[in-house]
Design a protein around this ligand. Sequence first.
Ligand code: UN1
Length: 519
Amino acid sequence: LSTRASTILSAVDIPTNEEVPGVYDGTWGGTGDILESVCPTTGEVLARVQSASPQELQSALEKTREAYEIIRAVPAPKRGQIVRQIREALAAKRDELGALVSLEMGKIRSEGVGEVQEFIDIADSAVGLSRMMNGRLVASERPGHSILEVPNPLGVVAVLSAFNFPVAVYGWNLALSLAAGNATVWKPSPSTPLCSVAVTKIVAGVLEKNGLPGAVASLIIGGRSVGEAIVESEGVDMVSFTGSEHVGRQVGKVVQSRFGKVLLELGGNNAVIIMADADLHLAVPSTFFGAAGTAGQRCTTTRRLYVQRSIAPEVISRLQRLYASLKPGDPLDSATLLGPMHTRAAVGIYSSAVDKLRSEGAEILCGGAVYGQDALMGHLAGGNFVKPTIAIPKSVDVKADIWQKETFAPILSVGVFDDLEEAIALNNGVPQGLSSSLWTRDVRNVGKWIGPAGSDCGIVNVNVGTSGAEVGAAFGGNKTTGWGRECGGDAWKQYVRWSAATINFSDEAPLAQGVSFSS
Ligand code: UN1
């Protein structure tokens, strides 16, 4: 193992000379297939991780269920104190965990650290919420009666997370779910197992210190069959899934067929709209980050840019200048802005998407190719580096395939529009509905954009790019993005089962609506 990798792994308590257990339910194990964690920057195998066997999976699910019965009996503000300790333990290791994210996922250092910060932030929110997850007292129409709406814990929540946010998305779910009184079972992406092991060690340390079962926050690393078994399990009350629309569709159907709860965070095909009155000093650099940042691998990445006709040449040339400044580098080097794609397969997806754009007559303004060995110095030669691409498709017809599909890579397609109504129609003309961004200084445009005839996405920003949301805002999208909401807003309400309790304190038992039923 390189020193580059071993320093980072040791700092987060991952063994570097033996196989890494990938199942935790109070004790660590893993006798299933071995998964390899591969560094996307160098191609180095970082570790061999032991996944769950079918028996271990079943037993972990049972232990998680038992742990739920313990955690649901702990008062919510006391659960909040557990979340607070998790927050503190994470904060103490923030930079080390951030470096691990960069090493294993490939995003640049400040984004790796930023992702751990998102977990810390949502934990802060959940600590506060633990004293404010209020139900309601509703006025009854009957004398001497009260109606209570009680948020009770739900049960076992499974979190199936994706490679691109290997820490934060679990954090959003864990923090709210634990504060709400649930036990959680985490199945991370099989290509970022080390991030999940490192985070689980930190969470488990806090649970154990407080005399709680470790299975309050179980970890089950595995491939597709493990994911399928969790999704099918009757003992899992809610499945929170982040990933592709294709897999999300299956997950949604299976969970629905057993009447479980499901929270889906699927694809995004996010657009930025720049009006002629926008401040281009802000709009262009923000769009650059949204489209090329994280090497195009956020659900919220800007994939489409619509520019009002009169400013189109200016916006495009400014954007091209910024793209020209990008150089591939080690994401661990703090000067790097462009890290690798997460996998070899992703490089293939990038290349086919660029080929398709070319074959359909798009003009490729920059990028359009993978980095050759000559551009990749030293240890980067084994990395999955591609050139962030700006393309101008032949037509803005949003129903064309190239505008409709999400390609999880740094490819930005640009189109020109004449008025805001047309731009909104383009924004809304795709199946996905995650994030959107309007740049303007005219308040009338803002009113249209955020209102009933405006953007149909879950995230509707103004003078803020499509990616990089704070935890305070509800995170999620509409239409084929799956309608799920995580993180901020009222997302916690999904992690409870609501009990509507009508209570009669009187000496009569009247029926509602004045119905009489006595002989
Ligand atoms: C994702 O890509 O799955 O808004 C999540 C953002 C981040 C989260 C992205 N806060 O870009």
